[in-house]
Ligand binder design. Structure first.
Ligand SMILES: O=C(O)CCC(=O)C(=O)O
Length: 296
């Protein structure tokens, strides 16, 4: 990561690198997405197809694949050669060299790869993130001349996504704003010109501070398809969701016998690590009566 990239990343909370993923790999990833779309819509009830449908939790709009889940890395399990472009993405030199600086050596894939697509009727989503409430697992901070963020999403662009067509949008600089975000910016009823929609082309890679920066999805308005693969990385000790989530309940993370008979407050501290628990879940506090309670 050079000094110019570091400056832009720190200033805005996102960074675009051009032409990182070669055209032949973009083509292979697009073919894999076409394959997934065919599997999801086929009548074939074979166990492999059923498993892929269940794991991918795909959405289809007008016969076109527009979204998959990010909770299981099923793209890495596709039959060869379809898994190969995604396996290539996860530890690409251009990604490793940036993530080592952004979230520190030892970063790991927390959830994804996820496909986010779009046709010209695909709806957008609300903007989210930016430390409201403060979430230590994904927060951005500086110490001893280094910056650090717990969660970074890396988006591989597989189709055209010029500014104005919709897709990824963010509020540059929101990861270090000192004041609460006006409601109209988040809902985009009065976005004050604060929202950016970066210009992205096939082969480009976008990094954004997932959780620290306010970001989201604009409705897709272009006549061509949106095609993005999002990979959600975390620093070594931040655990967000993905496979951590289903294994976190105390009965699974430890075992049933160990937590049997515990109060809900005791059970809360026995959960395994993951941070996407909602704003209050698993958070203990102490009432005026000195009694520990679980925030609702
Ligand atoms: O459409 C996008 O790329 C943004 C996705 C998003 O909001 C997220 O991954 O949290």
């Amino acid at each position: 990561m050079n000094a110019k990239e570091r400056y832009y990343w720190d200033l805005t909370g996102y960074l675009v690198l051009r032409d990182v993923f070669p055209p032949e790999d973009v083509k292979a990833a697009n073919e894999a997405i076409d394959y997934l779309g065919e599997v999801v819509q086929s009548e074939d009830k074979s166990p492999e197809f059923e498993l892929l449908r269940e794991r991918s939790r795909s959405s289809i709009e007008n016969g076109i694949l527009t979204r998959t889940t990010n909770s299981y890395p099923f793209f890495l399990t596709l039959p060869a050669p379809h898994c190969e472009p995604f396996r290539k993405m996860i530890a690409l030199p251009a990604i490793v060299s940036r993530l080592n600086i952004m979230c520190g050596k030892g970063f790991r894939l927390d959830h994804g790869p996820q496909f986010i697509g779009g046709i010209n009727s695909t709806k957008g989503g609300t903007l989210h993130g930016a430390g409201e409430p403060h979430r230590e697992a994904v927060a951005y901070h500086h110490q001893n001349g280094k910056a650090y963020v717990g969660g970074v999403t890396v988006t591989f662009q597989l189709g055209e996504s010029p500014t104005g067509s919709g897709g990824f949008a963010c509020v540059p600089g929101s990861h270090k704003s000192k004041y609460p975000m006006p409601a109209g910016v988040r809902t985009q009823e009065d976005e004050m010109g604060a929202v950016a929609e970066p210009d992205l082309h096939p082969g480009d890679v976008l990094f954004f501070m997932d959780g620290a920066q306010t970001h989201g999805t604009h409705p897709w308005t272009a006549d061509f398809e949106r095609r993005s693969i999002l990979i959600k990385y975390a620093s070594r000790t931040a655990t967000r969701s993905g496979i951590s989530q289903p294994v976190a309940p105390p009965e699974t993370y430890w075992d049933e016998e160990l937590v049997e008979g515990m109060t809900e407050e005791q059970r809360a501290v026995m959960y395994g690590p993951y941070s996407n628990t909602g704003a209050h879940a698993l958070r203990l506090d102490i009432g005026e009566d000195g009694v520990v309670y679980l925030e609702k």
